[in-house]
Each structure stands twice: as structure tokens, then as C-alpha cells.
Ligand binder design. Sequence first.
Ligand code: OSB
Ligand code: MG
Length: 369
Amino acid sequence: MRAGRLELRRVRMDLVSPFRTSFGSQTDRDILLVRFEGVDGESGWGECVALSEPVYSAEFVDGVELVLEHHIWPRLRAAGDISAADIAEILEPLRGHPMAKAAVEMAALDAELRANDTDLRSYFGVTRDRVPSGVSVGIHPTIDDLLSAVEGYVRDGYARIKLKIEPDWDIEPVREVRALIGPDMGLQVDANTAYGRDDIDHLCQLDEFDLLLIEQPMAEEDIIGHARLAAASSTPVCLDESIVSAQTTRDAIELGAAEVINIKPGRVGGYLEARRIHDYCLDLGVPVWCGGMLETGIGRAANAALAALDGFTLPGDISASARFWSRDIVLDPITVEEGSVAVPDAPGLGYDLDLDELERVTYRTRLLD
Ligand code: OSB
Ligand code: MG
């Protein structure tokens, strides 16, 4: 394909309920969607996972638009005949901005797959047609509110629960949720960097709840701190924010800072780098699972296909579309049945857009030539 035009579309969608993490509370999502158009009419969509503010990582959605316009798209326009698999290397001279790079690679991959009348699951060569589904549960005003939310998700059939934690919202909420769901259901926690090395003894109190893992308790850069916690605690330490590439994955594992890896394509620069990280971890026998970033049906479909690779042995944050949205922008939103979601098999990334709903939620569209 040759890069022709890039459509940048901003959509605003309300969440069904507020989602609070240690870095703040969200009631809606301002999302950048990009459409890659090849000069021969190939077309595909990508979803950028950057949040409105640089609180999860340095990227934010307005910044992503600038980087795409001034740095990424001109390089792809100048690159001649390309395949989606070439994009990471073409963009390698640009430091950082993995979410911006991932969005455009995702759109090009969708365009390429649709042009070849194939789908992401064949491209990845996955064999499973369903993957276990976990749900991420935000910090609530009270433990009672949390318990009723968790009760609802258990009724919806989720295979595991992930609780967001922060100092003063950790041991007691986890104890109560474990008591509610019983000893056999998968339970894990995510601190989004809210703790430090001084909290190691405190975090070891979580060991009694038989958690699947503790996700990113400390700062993105604090690899040694995570290694110390991993040595002290029986709960497996999993990294999210720290894992920005295949190289950081190798280093974190080798240093004993990560016993489990959360893979998010946006955070590592795309689905193809995500696949390389998966392959590396599978080789080493390190379990991985697919994270989420409050995606629409576009990202959810692609994540389900990625999570069907053999090394994804833990349930992902691939919940039903209805977990976050009252109405999705795809015609075939992801649903959860008996703890799992179907790996989509429509051409491209696996969904069909609901064009009317997409128009309804769009508040700005720009075309880059
Ligand atoms: O840390 O996994 C995270 C959402 C936004 C930013 C970071 C995270 C999350 C979630 C939600 O936990 C996961 C989901 O999309 O279900
Ligand atoms: Mg996380």
C-alpha cells in the first residue's frame, strides 16, 4: 500500500458509570479515531488509547494529533510502498509516542487485512475462538458501593475481578471482595503507580487473599522497587506502565521486577510489538494478559484477537462493551457469556462500524493529505 490520506476523528462518549483510579475519576472519554486511506482505496480504522490528560503515561490525545500531523504522517507519506509490518521501523527514529504510532499502525493493518479479505485472527494465527473475560472495577466511595458493583459483575459472568487500589483503599476492600466472591474466583489488584518502596511491608498484607497478581504498584521507572516487592511478597508482581517495549520487558523480567506482564498494544507502539512481547514471554514461560484502556468496539475487537494467542494464559481486561458504553460505535459489540468473549472473525480487525452512531458521537473531523 501507499499512504494516501489520514482522517482524524474525535469522538466523545459517556461512560455508563464513573471510573476512578489512583490517577483520577473519569465520566466520559474523548477518543481519537484514525482512518488510514491508501492511494488505491484501501481503508481501515485505528483507535488511539491516549487519555485526555497525561496521567497514565506522557501521551494525551491532543498531543497525539500534533505528533501524527507533523511527524508521523509525513514519514509514512514519504515511505513509498509499505505494509503495516514496516511502520514500526519507519517510525523508529521518532522517540516515544507509542500510542500515536500504534493508532496509525492499527489503521494500516485494518486496511491491509480488509484489502486482502482476511482478519486479524488469521493474521496472528490464533486457534482459540473464545477468550476469558475479566473486568476492571474502579475505586468506589464506600465498600458497600464496591460490593454491589462487584456483585453485578459476578452476575454478568466475568471470569475474574480486578480492583483498583490506592493507599487507604486496599487491604479492607480486597478482604471484603474476597469474602463476597469466595476463594475460587480470580481476583487481582491494580495500583497505577500509587505506592513506593516504603510500602512493601504494607503491600505484603495482600498476600493472604490469594490474588492472581498485583499490577504496577510503584512508579513506571522504579524497576528495583518492583523487584524488592516481588522478592518480599508471595503475590506475583505484574507490570503495566513500566512495560513500554520488548526491551523493557526483557530487562524487567531479568531483574526480577515482573513475574507477569500486562500487554497493551497502545503502550508498546502497536499490535505487532505486542505480539513480539507475547512471543518472547511465551518462550520464557512468563504469563501475559491483555490490558484495556476503556476502548470502543474497535479496540475491543482487536484486543480479543490478540488475547487469543497461546501465551495469554490469564483473563484480560476485555470486558463487554456494556461495561463502559450504553451504545458502542460498532454493530457487533463484544458480549460476555459464561466468562468469555468471542474472538471476532469479521474482515480486518473484526468488527463493523455503526456509521450513524459514529456520526452522532463525532465532534471534529480533519483530513491530512
Ligand atoms: O491501568 O489498566 C489500567 C484504564 C485506563 C488506563 C489504565 C488502566 C485502565 C483500566 C481499565 O484498568 C481497563 C479496561 O479497559 O477494562
Ligand atoms: Mg493497569
